[in-house]
Design a protein around this ligand. Sequence first.
Ligand SMILES: NC(=O)c1ccc[n+]([C@@H]2O[C@H](COP(=O)([O-])OP(=O)(O)OC[C@H]3O[C@@H](n4cnc5c(N)ncnc54)[C@H](O)[C@@H]3O)[C@@H](O)[C@H]2O)c1
Length: 328
Amino acid sequence: MKGGQGGTLNGEYQIKKLAALLKLRALHLRVLVFMYRKEEGLMMKVVVIGSGVMGRGIAYTAAAGGFSTVLVDVDEKQLKSAEREIGLLFEKAAASGRMGHEEREEAGRRLVYSHFLVEHVQDADLIIEAVPEVMEIKRSIFEVIDQHAHHNCLVATNTSTMSPTEIGSFTKRPDKVIAMHFFNPVHKMKLVEIVRGLETSDETAEAAQAAAVQMGKETVIVKEFPGFVTSRISALVGNEAFYMLQEGIGSPAEIDRAIKLGLNYPMGPFELGDLVGLDTRLNNLRYLHEKLGEKYRPAPLLEQYVKAGRLGRKTGRGVYDYSLSVKK
Ligand SMILES: NC(=O)c1ccc[n+]([C@@H]2O[C@H](COP(=O)([O-])OP(=O)(O)OC[C@H]3O[C@@H](n4cnc5c(N)ncnc54)[C@H](O)[C@@H]3O)[C@@H](O)[C@H]2O)c1
């Protein structure tokens, strides 16, 4: 009896092992197809929509990973500032030896900046949306994508909190829609959190994973839930820090120092909030408050900072003052 059960368990274990191996093979195959197309000069085309804090980092990472990349924005000033910042990232990568001179030149040539969304999505293999965390803006973008992109195109959103199922429902191809959640700053952060919507196909999840791997990233694949894994924790910590500041418990520098040295976080919650953008953080919290309840109610002080235009590094002032380091 005992032996028989052991035999069954062992059999099940072998089957699970085989299934896991086959899955891994399928993923490797996908990566190989990417690599093959790259070597054949059939560069996969990635279109990144939104050239703000995240879009510019994603575009840099995609171009550095070998993709032919287009960065699209409606705002001329944002595109220009993205081009400057990406230029600096290429320079730094070359100066540190992470990229050879020729490699850097080639990657730079692979990256195009544009205002013309429709023109570029038509022959895209992968589209990554990185516009503000406001559902109506995302809806308008996904409706345009759905009208013009090839039916095989993989469509990803970089949303921090929102539902890829809902975003997929704005299209007639919800099986091709997925969240690829990159982290800030994209060129440094290792993870892409891949979040499947209800209708996302296995193929789409594997292709998103392969694309992230080609961009030099590691991945986790999780099921959809507001805030996924990372934003759900990060928003809570960042919001709590604002409540502490509001209660007068300590100065921003003291609270950041306590969290860094006492809890071994690489950045304090205010340093991170200023990097993320306080407006983006507030939008995330509003969404999580609506979906998950009271514990995510945005701190009134955070709302006040955003009303005052103190959005963080991108505007030169958030919790801290960066006015001397911001390039106009
Ligand atoms: N900031 C972060 O640290 C962070 C981290 C992970 C994910 N995210 C998510 O990434 C997304 C973008 O965030 P961000 O911080 O880069 O925002 P951002 O405000 O810095 O940039 C958004 C960009 O989108 C552009 N845009 C707006 N409407 C557009 C349109 N119709 N077509 C083309 N471009 C348009 C804006 O001009 C702007 O340049 C959000 O969903 C956010 O939640 C942000």
